[in-house]
Ligand binder design. Structure first.
Ligand code: PHE
Ligand code: FE
Length: 283
């Protein structure tokens, strides 16, 4: 399969991976033996930096599951993670060359298979990378696949994606993914916590998301969220807060068909905008 532009967020980019050797479902071999010592060391440095940031800031389920990755000293083998993940929630991770087309992505999620990019960022991208790489996919996304409620949400999302494709509603569903799976915040008894993978794999956004006065933090509100634009190349200007994964699963369970129609009939909301009557959640 050759390298084709894929949509990522509201942009279209030509992914940098090697698509020549993947299967029809876009999965490929991890080829763990091909990672260099420098790549293992870079991965370990990325891991150490995030580990210093997440306690007390990431949600408890994420922190609890991190040791299952066995990733502190270098890039883990996906098969080893699967040996621990599959018995817990029925999910497994599969290797992919990089970003994959939406239909392939949704299909994998609907089968409880999470695609993880095999390539690692370059050293000069240590602080920020737009296109998801191995570190983002693995560190950011995989821990919560050990959380049963969240794991169910991810599968429902995949099924919802396949359905939305036929309804020309993908831009709305992409927003839901963005504001929950990638950049979601969650309440806990100890205060606001992060569950979004895009935040948790980022050196700078962990603090920004929780504390900057420049960002809006709104209570999870599905119709509002579906109208909300977002940014893919800088820290987010708006975050949505859920009370629990239970709430997220329940709120997204109903048929979205009327919600899509409603969103299409209303204006979009710019990132960072506040509507009349909307209040920032106290943090
Ligand atoms: N309930 C949604 C629909 O009918 C599917 C969905 C579930 C989408 C969970 C996202 C997350 O389309
Ligand atoms: Fe991601």
């Amino acid at each position: 399969m050759s390298s084709v532009p894929v949509t990522y967020g509201e942009a279209s980019i030509t992914p940098r991976g090697d698509y020549a050797h993947c299967r029809a479902d876009y999965t490929c071999a991890q080829h763990w033996e091909r990672y260099t010592a420098d790549q293992h060391a870079l991965f370990a440095r990325l891991y150490a930096r995030q580990m210093a940031l997440v306690p007390g800031r990431a949600c408890e389920a994420f922190v609890r599951a991190l040791p299952h990755l066995q990733a502190h000293s270098g890039i883990p083998r996906f098969a080893d993670i699967n040996a621990r993940l599959k018995p817990k929630t029925g999910w497994e991770i599969v290797a992919v060359p990089g970003l994959i087309p939406e239909s392939a992505f949704f299909t994998l999620l609907s089968q409880r298979r999470f695609p993880v990019t095999v390539w690692l960022r370059r050293p000069e991208e240590f602080d920020y990378i737009v296109e998801p790489d191995l570190f983002h996919d693995l560190f950011g996304h995989v821990p919560l696949l050990f959380e049963p409620r969240f794991a169910d949400y991810m599968q429902a999302f995949g099924q919802g994606g396949l359905k939305a494709q036929g309804q020309h509603a993908l831009q709305y569903l992409a927003r839901l993914y963005w504001y929950t799976v990638e950049f979601g915040l969650i309440r806990s008894d100890q205060g606001l916590r992060i569950y979004g993978a895009g935040i948790l794999s980022s050196g700078g956004e962990v603090e920004h998301s929780l504390h900057t006065p420049q960002a809006r933090r709104l209570r999870f509100n599905l119709p509002r969220l579906l109208r909300s634009r977002y940014r893919i190349d800088t820290f987010q200007a708006t975050y949505f807060i859920i009370d629990s994964f239970e709430q997220l699963f329940e709120a997204t369970a109903p048929d979205f068909t009327p919600l899509y129609a409603q969103a299409a009939a209303q204006t979009e909301i710019e990132a960072g905008a506040v509507l009349p009557g909307e209040v920032d959640e106290a943090v």
